[in-house]
Design a protein around this ligand. Sequence first.
Ligand code: DAK
Length: 256
Amino acid sequence: MYVDLRKEDGVAVLTIDRPEALNAMNVDMLAELRETIEQVEGDDDILVLVVTGTGKAFIAGADIAHMKDFSSRQAKEWSEYGQDTVGMLEKMKKPVIAAVNGYALGGGTELAMACDIRVASDKAVFGQPEVKLGMIAGFGGTQRLPRLVGPGKAKEMLFTGDHYDAQAAYEMGLVNKVVSADELMDYCLDMAKRIASCGKLAVRLSKEAVDHGQEMDLEKALHLESSLYAVVFSTDEPCEGCGAFLEKREPKWTSS
Ligand code: DAK
């Protein structure tokens, strides 16, 4: 088993667990990842997902040994499978936080970018070293990276294959926050619990508004926001949330 899932108080922690290869991704791992993503999406008790890795790596990329002798056809199939898996994570309705504990190289940086929020330990290392292996980023790196950090910085990373420490990743906007390695999981779990304590539908539609709105011009995106605002008001969430504030009590969410 390469993927471990634990849940507590509305938060699930998915741990990539192949420390002997620095959590490098192979086909079996991707298959387990897909199954686990589906399991999390279908479990109403899970409101937020945190993704992390075992040992000194988050994910040190795709498994180099696995890719070494690919034919062109196998490379295409692998890339499509990998892109689709990373896409499943990105399209999850529930918020996903990447707790980047160590090396996040190649497919590791790419998987972290498919999460909604990235928190890095001060031991994290990012990079797209595929060019050093004679290949290009294949799990969305050439597309998500420039959208996150701008084309200039993305091209520097993609052309040089250099490693970037957590502080450099923070300065370029690749991660939201850098914390000490000891604090990483507590920080991410605390953030996940704060998200889980908010209106379920409100959080879900906030994610939808940001993700879909970015593909639209501002006028259409604002229309989308109004439409989703109306959707929230077709449930009892706003009444409960506002009522709880006015009555100085914690809200009790019922909708999902
Ligand atoms: N794959 C396989 N094994 C890996 C690995 C990887 N990506 N990374 C590390 N390992 C293995 C090492 O081979 C070593 O195994 P043993 O020798 O002990 O059997 C073990 O993990 C520990 O690694 P090191 O001994 O190297 O540990 P160090 O602390 O010295 O160095 C490191 C850590 C992260 C700097 C180093 O391991 C490293 O540079 N790893 C490779 C990182 C990398 O280049 N990642 C990018 C992989 S390429 C595409 C689809 C997908 C992709 C591209 C195209 N299409 C089909 C279009 C994605 C590509 C990638 O992600």
